[in-house]
Write a protein that binds this ligand. Sequence first.
Ligand code: S3P
Length: 174
Amino acid sequence: MKVSLIGFMGSGKSTIAACLSQYLSLRCYEMDQMILNESGRDTIPQIFELDGEIAFRELEISAARKLSHIAAGVVSCGGGIVQNKICIDYLRQTRGKIVYLHADFPLITERIMSDGTHSRPMFQNTPQAHALYTLREPLYRAYADVTVDTRDLKPEDIARQIASRVLPISDLTL
Ligand code: S3P
């Protein structure tokens, strides 16, 4: 079973992927880390600054292509994964499921502001990020097999909910 978590920056993909991979005893793949390893740069903002967004998206496609060969794992995707549909097609290969972690924009802003925006080149200011959110939200919904609302839920509860919605009945310990 391969489960890929998609959603906007600050939707909790990394935290929930770590939790879900532990719950399902599956390896966790951080796409941003895979991209960074390939890039020869030190940070994601450095890739954007020195190589540009197009180069970053090419690395993202290449990471998704690698993951298309993997049959089992939990994948934490970058928020822009929906910008190239080919990435979603790759993640669906080998019976991959796509899960959208939904959080509304005020909650996203609150989380990003407390994290700091310095590590997120695609979140420059609130109006720009809101426009991006509006553009991407229908894509997350359209590409997802399952949508989970993350508001007011603990990562453990979200992980359990995802597992119960994506796993075949025979794999669940009832
Ligand atoms: C991006 C989101 C980031 C990272 C890169 C681009 C985006 O990941 O992949 O900065 O386009 O939304 P997170 O969603 O984990 O912050």
